[in-house]
Design a protein around this ligand. Structure first.
Ligand code: MN
Length: 294
């Protein structure tokens, strides 16, 4: 069977940043950018990218205070710096460099996210990604769940030339599975390429697919040059991707089967109808999301 390269719809520069709380300086690639919108990367609903920046030392741990979520999973990846987290179902942890936290908000959770204490004190380079993975309608109200996915527990692929290594967080690559439990089919990998290294991927043409260049410069599908901090959004014309590193590079690769359900987002809630959004606010104001101290 001949492989057909996925068509490249858009190579996107990071949009202007905004602050989430006082700790996260992020560029939102979706849903705010019209090329992608609410449905274009489904089941991924949101991607906030904290491109590299220097955090000045602070005794106060900067971040975002207690807030609710419903209807989604928040997936936080740390590349530089460390993020700490507490939630109302009693889970807490630190996301270290190379680690991922996969939090299922489901029917409702309160959490807070902030710079880890020692990192905050020392300051330094910070780079992270937060994805919101939408839940299928039937799983929106599932109980909250927390998966701390430390780097060493990820699926590990290394090619025969030692020029490509992949951390498989969710889904499967070259027969190696990632540890994350998901509610719909999702692939999420961190791929490291040494200069001149090559990686190839095959995802169904109907799946929504994108890559974020975390570091370096690559050539895509034998044609397109893409550099650090750009996001590439693919169309549905082919099934394969080829990434060739012009310099040592790190690439976040994501692909998933679209949910094909209505999406009604409001603030921290992502539901299927307006009524469900209203119910989310009512439940939140009535204390049904539990309790978490500031
Ligand atoms: Mn949050």
């Amino acid at each position: 069977m001949t492989k057909v390269f996925k068509d490249i719809i858009s190579v996107m520069d990071p949009p202007a940043y905004h602050w989430v709380g006082d700790g996260f300086r992020v560029h939102n690639f979706f849903p705010s950018q019209s090329q992608i919108g609410l449905q274009g990367m489904s089941p991924f609903f949101l991607m906030d990218y904290g491109a590299k920046w220097n955090v000045t030392p602070s005794e106060k741990q900067r971040g975002v205070g207690v807030h609710p979520h419903r209807g989604i999973e928040t997936v936080t990846l740390a590349y530089h710096g460390r993020v700490a987290h507490h939630d109302s179902s009693g889970h807490s942890g630190v996301i270290g460099e190379g680690d991922v936290q996969w939090m299922t908000a489901g029917g409702g959770v309160l959490h807070k996210e902030y710079h880890e204490k020692e990192f905050s004190r020392q300051g330094g380079l910070f780079q992270m990604v937060q994805l919101w993975v939408n839940l299928p309608a039937k799983d929106k109200m599932t109980p909250a769940r927390y998966q701390a996915i430390e780097n060493e527990t990820m699926g590990k692929f290394i090619d025969s030339e030692n020029k490509c290594s992949a951390d498989i967080i969710a889904g499967e690559y070259k027969g190696i599975r990632g540890p994350a439990m998901t509610f719909s089919p999702v692939n999420l990998f961190n791929v490291r390429l040494l200069k001149d290294g090559t990686a190839d991927f095959s995802f169904p043409s109907s799946w929504n697919t994108g890559i974020l260049i975390i570091e370096g410069e690559v050539k895509l599908n034998d044609s397109k040059k893409v550099t650090e901090n750009q996001f590439v959004y693919f169309g549905h014309k082919g099934d394969s991707l080829k990434i060739e590193a012009a310099t040592n590079s790190i690439i976040l690769v994501m692909s998933g089967e679209p949910l094909n359900e209505p999406i009604v987002p409001h603030g921290p809630f992502v539901m299927n109808t307006k009524q469900e959004i209203q119910a989310a606010y009512e439940d939140y104001y009535n204390g049904k999301f539990g309790h978490l101290d500031d």
